[in-house]
Design a protein around this ligand. Structure first.
Ligand code: NAD
Length: 440
């Protein structure tokens, strides 16, 4: 099949590359010429395990190409995926300007039947807006062409995106006409060879399903964080509580880790957008309002602990910080807790030496050359001359450090661990004062 993917970010590039890998002809469009240049030169603009190999393999096979030409892109694929960003607007609602611009471009230049598949996370009702935008463009040029609009939200996780796309848990297709449903079945056939994973529903339910999934996961995290904060004052250990409840199959093991808050490009903005949708329709989403508030507060938990230990004025103090990305295996720092922690340490007069395996260039882009933030190329180098260690992201390489060396390098043998990576007894044995989340 000939497919156009609009947007070459985490979702668009992974989808495009994986769809090419099963034999389709895929053209990826982006309005950012720098991204397209990087791709044409054989690189990829993001860090995503396994993605570079797939991109290179399919470019070499002639199945994957890139462009900034919107007209060519609209004419290329009978299936047009929209995978552009939907960042939060000022009031928290999803900003649809990129989705609608993509839809208008398709309507303006398409020259035959198109299935327009929306992969971006969008509020309920966006399918209708996309349909109207395309129809308006067709009307303006007097073109009598038919098209279908499908909602196909994406559930891949950054850091495991290729694997998730290749082996999805489920494929949600919101569509109301048979022709489009049939095409989507054919398109996703190669990704569900063992058993049927495609769930067809109406467009509005499909749009809401994506928000429901992310809101549920965010709720589990905020719930555990709240209990962790309580466990601290009660003298209980949230890690034991986690094991105690996760073994109940009605609860399950996933997303029960307490920590210094969730971040990333999806949970914060999607919870906000769903709250905003509720408000727009006269429904105050009490649980999700609290999930968001709890998370904002949780991002400051590490600094609260630092203040409790060293006092509110941290001027002259220097901290080693491990982990900048919002989670391991990605360079994404959108809404990352590290940004809040670093900002608050600065505000209180401290300086930071940071290490992250892949997110340091992204951090440089965000913080510019702020002299209060120094980057180092090894975890241990962040501890040289540091008053204490602060851990924000649970990268695998931090799991088993040489604790003796950690103690020797730090001026005070204190570790603030926002991801509960270590056992308090191990730390005690190593002579380190350990502050986890929810661990008494
Ligand atoms: P991103 O910001 O990484 O990429 C979006 C890309 O779209 C950018 O490269 C941008 O230049 C391009 N773009 C914007 N307007 C365009 C236009 N009119 N024509 C062509 N290109 C255009 O975004 P992302 O993380 O890939 O997310 C895309 C969507 O998918 C969002 O709605 C997001 O919520 C959703 N989503 C993201 C993830 C994730 O893990 N990142 C997972 C599931 C769903």
């Amino acid at each position: 099949m000939k497919i156009t993917v609009v947007g070459t970010g985490y979702v668009g590039l992974v989808s495009g590359a994986c769809l090419a890998d099963v034999g389709n002809d895929v053209l990826c469009l982006d309005v950012d010429p720098a991204k397209i240049r990087t791709l044409e030169e054989g690189g990829i603009p993001i860090h995503e395990p396994g993605l570079l190999e797939i991109v290179r393999r399919n470019v070499a096979a002639g199945r994957l190409s890139f462009t900034t030409d919107v007209e060519y892109a609209a004419r290329f694929g009978a299936i047009q995926f929209i995978a552009v960003g939907t960042p939060p607007d000022e009031d928290g609602s999803a900003d649809l300007q990129y989705v609608l611009a993509a839809a208008r471009n398709i309507g303006r230049h398409m020259d035959g039947y198109r299935v327009v598949v929306n992969k971006s996370t969008v509020p309920v009702g966006t399918g209708d807006k996309v349909r109207a935008a395309i129809a308006a463009e067709l009307g303006a040029r007097g073109a009598d062409l038919s098209f279908s609009v499908v909602s196909n939200p994406e559930f891949l996780k950054e850091g495991a995106a290729v694997e998730d796309f290749m082996r999805p848990d489920r494929i949600i297709v919101g569509a109301e006409d048979e022709r489009a449903i049939q095409l989507m079945r054919e398109l996703y056939g190669p990704f569900q060879r063992n058993h049927e994973k495609l769930l067809v529903m109406d467009v509005r339910s499909a749009e809401l399903t994506k928000y429901a999934a992310n809101a549920m996961l965010a709720t589990r995290i905020s719930f555990m964080n709240e209990l962790a904060n309580l466990a601290e004052v009660l003298g209980a250990d949230i890690e034991l509580v986690r094991q105690g409840i996760g073994s109940d199959p009605r609860i399950g093991w996933h997303f029960l880790y307490a920590g210094c808050g969730y971040g990333g490009s999806c949970f914060p903005k999607d919870v906000k957008a769903l709250v905003s949708t509720g408000r727009e329709h006269g429904r105050d989403l009490l649980i999700l309002n609290s999930v968001e508030q709890a998370n904002d507060a949780q991002k400051l938990r590490l600094v609260d602990k630092i203040v409790a230990r060293f006092g509110p004025d941290l001027s002259g103090m220097h901290f080693g910080l491990w982990g900048l990305a919002f989670k391991p295996n990605t360079d994404d720092m959108r809404d990352a807790p590290s940004r809040v922690v670093i900002g608050e340490l600065f505000r209180r007069g401290a300086t930071v030496a940071a290490y992250d395996p892949v997110a340091m260039s992204e951090a440089r882009r965000i913080f510019g050359d702020d002299p209060r933030l120094r980057y180092v190329d090894r975890p241990m180098a962040a501890l040289e001359g540091a008053d204490a260690l602060v851990i924000v992201t649970e990268w695998k390489e931090f799991r088993s450090p040489d604790f003796v060396r950690v103690r020797e390098l730090l001026r005070h043998p204190v570790v603030f661990d926002g991801r509960n990576m270590y056992e308090p007894v191990t730390m005690k044995r190593a002579g380190l004062e350990y502050h986890g989340i929810g661990r008494s």
